[in-house]
Design a protein around this ligand. Structure first.
Ligand code: UDX
Length: 445
């Protein structure tokens, strides 16, 4: 199938390259010429495990990028819209979406064949029909249902795992209001023969994406609230509490042979220094704003955000329990991006922690295996040294703060073993055993 994709961010680029790897002919469109040039040179503008290799396999065979949206639309029969929908302070910003739909519509005016437009961007329920459909219809002068079809098909990829998530989808949601669109998209997704395809209305598809992200964010804030109370009570370790909670057979089913399955969801039912990234904070806030506008306040989700925004300060509180002043204290921050395997700093809990330490005059060293370039843009060079190895970062420090769960950080105990005086280890992810280092403290302890 000939497919065009508008927007080459995480969702658009991964979708495009993966669909090409699966045998479709794909053109990705972006209006930033440097991005297009880099993609056509075989270099992905985003860091994503396995993506460059896949790009080089398909480039100029079944995949390329362009700035020419009109030609891309006219040469394809299905167009995915994968532009950003940032949170604009009081609601979702749909301006990029509207602009993309206007341009696609203008190109469709010249098209002689039936075309399907698919919204892949995360959009609050109602948006596809209230913004995309009218923009397409008025710019093209054509009618939905007859000349072109419209669908909503959310993406569930996780940064750092995006290629694997796309290639082995847990679900494919096709939100469409007519059977012709459903059959085009079912054919397109035939390249994933064992996928669980769920067909819904357009609005339901839009809502599934928000409900999924909101549930995961809620589990994290719930765990953090329990962790914070555990700390306040004393003699409770949230890690032990959550171990007990995970053992519930409705969370971790027991097989007849006595073995227990530990589902991936349990990793979201753990306390830590808070969630970040390009999805959870923005999507939950957009849904809260949408609820407010509809007279349906999202009280639970408002608390999920409030708890999350306070959570990085817990790291500062812990440091405050151990140091009379942070001025001049030598502190290593391990992990800068919002999670491992990505260089994405958006809404990373490390940001408020590093900024506070800079204000307090601490001598900061940082180490993140891939996010340093992004971090320098945010923090500059004020009181901060960016190290290129874990060993250099932890040397000659008074405190070491773990902010993300990079596997490499599991080596920390052996690296500081026997050091005198022992540095304080503040475990923001509760990833180390509390007995593995001489001085340990952490969230929910
Ligand atoms: C998320 C959803 O998982 C994905 O389905 C959706 O398409 C986009 O939003 P992403 O933001 O890439 O993906 O990352 P995710 O791995 O879910 O992490 C989000 C936050 O949850 C991070 O701050 C991370 O630290 C935290 N997290 C993640 C956990 O607390 N535990 C985990 O096991 C994974």
């Amino acid at each position: 199938m000939n497919i065009s994709i508008v927007g080459t961010g995480y969702v658009g680029l991964v979708t495009g390259i993966c669909l090409a790897a699966k045998g479709h002919d794909v053109v990705c469109v972006d209006n930033v010429a440097e991005k297009v040039a880099s993609i056509n040179d075989g270099k992905s503008p985003i860091h994503e495990r396995g993506l460059d290799e896949l790009l080089q396999n398909v480039l100029n065979k079944r995949f390329r990028a362009t700035t020419d949206l009109r030609k891309a639309i006219l040469d394809s029969s299905v167009t995915f819209i994968a532009v950003g929908t940032p949170y604009a302070g009081d609601k979702m910003d749909s301006s990029y979406l509207k602009a993309a739909a206007d341009e696609i519509g203008a190109s469709l005016q010249e098209s002689k064949q039936y075309h399907v437009v698919v919204v892949k961007s995360t959009v609050v329920p109602g948006t596809t029909k209230s913004i995309v459909q009218p923009a397409l219809t008025s710019a093209s002068g054509k009618s939905v249902g007859n000349d072109f079809g419209l669908a909503m098909n959310p993406e569930f990829l996780r940064e750092g795992n995006a290629v694997d998530d796309f290639m082995d989808p847990d679900r494919i949601i096709i939100g469409a209001n007519d059977s012709r669109v459903v059959s085009v998209l079912t054919e397109l997704y035939d390249v994933f023969p064992s996928a669980n395809i769920i067909t819904t209305s357009i609005e339901t598809a839009e809502m599934i994406k928000y409900a999924s992200n909101s549930l995961l964010a809620t589990l994290i804030s719930f765990s953090n609230e329990i962790g914070n109370l555990s700390s306040a009570i004393g003699d409770i370790d949230v890690v032990d509490v959550m171990k007990g909670v995970h053992a519930d057979r409705r969370i971790s089913p027991r097989l007849p042979d006595g073995t227990t399955i530990t589902p991936g969801i349990t990793t979201y039912i753990e306390a830590g220094c808070g969630f970040g990234g390009s999805c959870f904070p923005k999507d939950v806030k957009a849904l809260i704003a949408h609820g407010k506008a509809l007279g349906e306040p999202m009280r639970l989700l408002s608390s999920v955000i409030a708890i999350n925004e306070d959570q990085p300060a817990r790291i500062i509180d812990i440091l405050g329990r151990h140091f009379q002043t942070l001025e001049g204290a030598r502190v290593a921050i391990l992990g800068l991006a919002f999670k491992p395997e990505t260089d994405d700093m958006r809404e990373s809990p490390a940001i408020p922690v590093v900024r506070h330490l800079q204000r307090m005059g601490a001598n900061i060293k940082t180490y993140d295996p891939i996010a340093t370039t992004e971090a320098i843009k945010l923090f500059g060079h004020n009181n901060i040294e960016y190290c290129d190895s874990l060993t250099t970062a932890v040397a000659e420090t008074d405190a070491i703060v773990l902010m993300t769960r990079w596997k490499e950080f599991m080596r920390l105990p052996e690296l500081i073993d026997g050091r005198s005086p022992a540095p304080l280890v503040v475990d923001g992810r509760r990833m180390l055993s509390k007995h593995s280092v001489a001085r340990y403290d952490g969230i929910g302890l």
